[in-house]
Design a protein. Structure first.
Length: 282
C-alpha cells in the first residue's frame, strides 16, 4: 500500500478513512530519521495494523538559545525511510497548523519537568507534553512508541497518560547504538570526527557505572570517566550525571534495590548530547 502523506489535520482525517479500521500505532518524531527511528517504526508495526509517523520540529520544546533553527530537516529522506519501513501514513503539519496564534492552554510537566534534564532546559518538557497530547488527540492512536534514549521524556509521557487519563498505551523501545557505543541521535550529525571521539565518553561513562551495584560507586565510576573526558581536546563539558528512579526521576540513595536510570548530558563543541542506561540494582 502506498504511503499517505498528510500535511494538515484535514488530510490526516482523510488518511485515517483511507487506511480503514484496525489498531493504530503512532511514532512521534521530529524527522531526521535514523536507524533508531527505524527500530521504533518496526516495533510499532509488530504491535498494530497501521503505523503513523509524525514529523514535526516542535518549536515549543526548544529554548531561545537552543538549536530549533538549525535542527536537521530531511523531509524527503524521511519519507523514503517511512516508505521502506511500510509506514501507512506520515503526518507532517506546519507550526501554523499545529498551534493557534492566540493559544493559551498547555500541558505542565509539573515538578518532575524541572529536574535532571528539565533543570537545564526550562519549559522543554511542557513543550514536549503539549505537542504529544495534541498528536494523540489528532491521530487517535491505540498505542505510541517512544525511545528509552529520552528516558525522562518517556517517564513524563507515562505520567501524563496516567494523570490525565489519556487512552493511549505507551510502549518503550530500547536505545540503538553505533557499534562503538554512541547512542543514535539526530544531533550526532553535528559532530566533527574529533568531537565524535570525545562524545564516545558518554556511553563509556555509563558502562563504567553499570558494572557497579551501589549508587555511590555507580556515580563515582561514571564521574571518573567524565572527569577524564573533560581534559580531552575537544573536551566533554558535563551538564549532569544523575542516578534516578525511572518513574519519578528522583535521586536514588544507598541500599536502593530496584531499576534505576543512570543519565548523562554533556556538550561537545556546540552539540549537546544525552544518553542513559537502565541499571537493575535488584
Ligand atoms: O523525541 C522527540 O523526537 C520529540 O521530543 C517528540 C516526542 C517527537 C515531541 O516533539
Amino acid at each position: 500500500m502506498d504511503l499517505i502523506v498528510a500535511g494538515n489535520r484535514a488530510e490526516l482525517r482523510k488518511a485515517r478513512e483511507v487506511a480503514g479500521p484496525g489498531r493504530y500505532a503512532l511514532v512521534p518524531t521530529m524527522g531526521a530519521l535514523h536507524e533508531g527511528h527505524r527500530s521504533l517504526i518496526r516495533l510499532a508495526g509488530e504491535r498494530a495494523e497501521h503505523v503513523v509517523v509524525s514529523i514535526f520540529v516542535n518549536p515549543l520544546q526548544f529554548g531561545p538559545n537552543e538549536d530549533f533553527s538549525r535542527y536537521p530537516r530531511t523531509f524527503d529522506a524521511d519519507l523514503a525511510v517511512c516508505e521502506q519501513e511500510g509506514v501507512r501514513a506520515v503526518f507532517a503539519p506546519s507550526a501554523a497548523d499545529m498551534y493557534l496564534p492566540d493559544r493559551q492552554v498547555a500541558v505542565s510537566a509539573g515538578a518532575m519537568g524541572t529536574v535532571v534534564e528539565g533543570a537545564f532546559r526550562p519549559g522543554h518538557f511542557d513543550g514536549v507534553l503539549t505537542v504529544v497530547l495534541k498528536l494523540f488527540n489528532l491521530v487517535q492512536p491505540d498505542l505510541a512508541i517512544f525511545g528509552q534514549k529520552d528516558a525522562q521524556q518517556l517517564a513524563l509521557i507515562r505520567r501524563m497518560v496516567a494523570d490525565l487519563d489519556v487512552p493511549v498505551e505507551i510502549v518503550a523501545a530500547p536505545t540503538v547504538r553505533e557499534p562503538d557505543g554512541l547512542a543514535l541521535s539526530s544531533r550526532n550529525r553535528y559532530l566533527s570526527a574529533r568531537e565524535r571521539v570525545t562524545a564516545l565518553e558518554l556511553s563509556r561513562a555509563l558502562r563504567a557505572g553499570a558494572v557497579q551495584r551501589e549508587p555511590a560507586r555507580i556515580r563515582q565510576a561514571a564521574r571518573a570517566v567524565l572527569e577524564e573526558a573533560a581534559r580531552l581536546d575537544p573536551p566533554l563539558l558535563l551538564d549532569y550525571l544523575a542516578l534516578v528512579d525511572p518513574a519519578s526521576f528522583t535521586d536514588v540513595g544507598e541500599g536502593y534495590r530496584r531499576q534505576a536510570v543512570l543519565a548523562v548530558a554533556a556538550k561537545v563543541g556546540t552539540t549537546r548530547l544525552i544518553d542513559n542506561m537502565v541499571l537493575d540494582l535488584g
